[in-house]
Design a protein around this ligand. Structure first.
Ligand code: ZEM
Length: 292
């Protein structure tokens, strides 16, 4: 019997990529290292999926997950991408085991699998991204990813450039229920919720509490009354801006609605700029698990 590791680099015609096997391999690495952060690579994998996609510009159709250009400089060295080497490295043995999957499909699928494994919604995902060569791609300009120290106008500029509306922006921000900030990556410190490895609407319920500026020499960030939880300035704008705030209220009250809207927006994010063949999810011949 041929294991998937024996698949040749140029697959034969009747080769069927086994995405379930890749999903299982991703699930296996998520909690493979107790020493890493809160015992999970889930959050940093979600951040990789987001940063590889969030460079998209709808005006010239550049950026986005297709290409996996974060493998190369200058993108790999952007300040915004600090720490994402951990996420890329943990996926490398999976890429070796399943050489037929592109990095760009693997990185986006890993984000989806991580969210589902952390208790989040099922997210529609389909393959079809291809990797660019280092010498074949025009480097993207730095500054496409959002800057946490800035305001609501900046947040809108960045996400409208990708093609999102206010509701989708707020839904996507709910990913800050998981993970944490690291002093040596962004300069900010701490998690947004007390359960940073569980995907929930906790970001919104916490946001509705009381927040004050943290007294320290680091960048401006906000803390709750326990001093353990944090919010970035851009997070605070989700409640300071009335149009954003109505969705914070909605998602704080209604987890199901948050899961539904997040799943749709995250799936859209991962597909920005990807030249899929014309077919839909449920009829896709190469999508092994139709995602209803
Ligand atoms: Zn984040 N994010 N993000 N984000 N993010 C961090 C961490 C994580 C912003 C931001 O500056 C930061 C979205 C939107 C925005 C995740 C997912 C998503 C950190 C901490 C910062 C500073 C990095 C560090 O120090 O390790 C800003 C300004 C955003 C928009 C305005 C969206 C959208 C996301 C997904 C849908 C995740 C999962 C993390 C946690 C990473 C980890 O390693 O724990």
């Amino acid at each position: 019997l041929l294991g998937s590791s024996a698949i040749p680099a140029t697959p034969s015609k009747d080769f069927k990529p086994d995405y379930q096997a890749v999903r299982a391999a991703i699930e296996d690495v998520l909690e493979s290292n107790d020493e890493y952060d809160d015992g999970s690579y889930g959050p940093v994998l979600v951040r990789l999926a987001w940063h590889t996609s969030g460079t998209y510009d709808k005006n010239d159709n550049t950026g986005g997950s297709n290409g996996a250009t974060m493998r190369f400089g200058p993108e790999s060295g952007w300040g915004a991408n600090a720490g994402l080497g951990d996420a890329r490295d943990i996926l490398e043995p999976i890429k070796k085991k399943f050489p037929w999957i592109s990095y760009s499909d693997l990185w986006t699928l890993a984000g989806v699998v991580a969210i589902e494994a952390m208790g989040g919604p099922q997210i529609k995902w389909r393959p079809g991204r291809s990797d660019k060569e280092e010498n074949g791609c025009v480097p993207l300009p730095d500054g496409r990813l959002p800057d946490a120290s800035r305001d609501n106008k900046h947040v809108r500029d960045v996400f409208y450039r990708m093609g999102f509306n206010d509701q989708e922006i707020v839904a996507l921000m709910g990913a800050h229920a998981i993970g944490r900030c690291h002093a040596d990556r962004s300069g900010f410190v701490g998690p947004w919720t007390f359960s940073p490895t569980t995907f929930s609407n906790g970001y919104f319920t916490e946001l509705k509490g009381k927040w004050h500026k943290k007294k320290w020499n680091g960048p401006i960030q906000y803390e709750d009354k326990t001093g353990e939880l944090m919010m970035l300035p851009t997070d605070m704008w989700m409640v300071w801006d009335k149009k954003f705030r109505q969705y914070v209220d909605l998602y704080a009250k209604d987890q199901d609605k948050f899961f539904e809207d997040f799943a749709a927006a995250f799936s859209k994010l991962l597909e920005l700029g990807v030249p899929f063949e014309k077919r839909d999810f449920n009829t896709s011949p190469s999508s092994p698990k139709p995602m209803a």
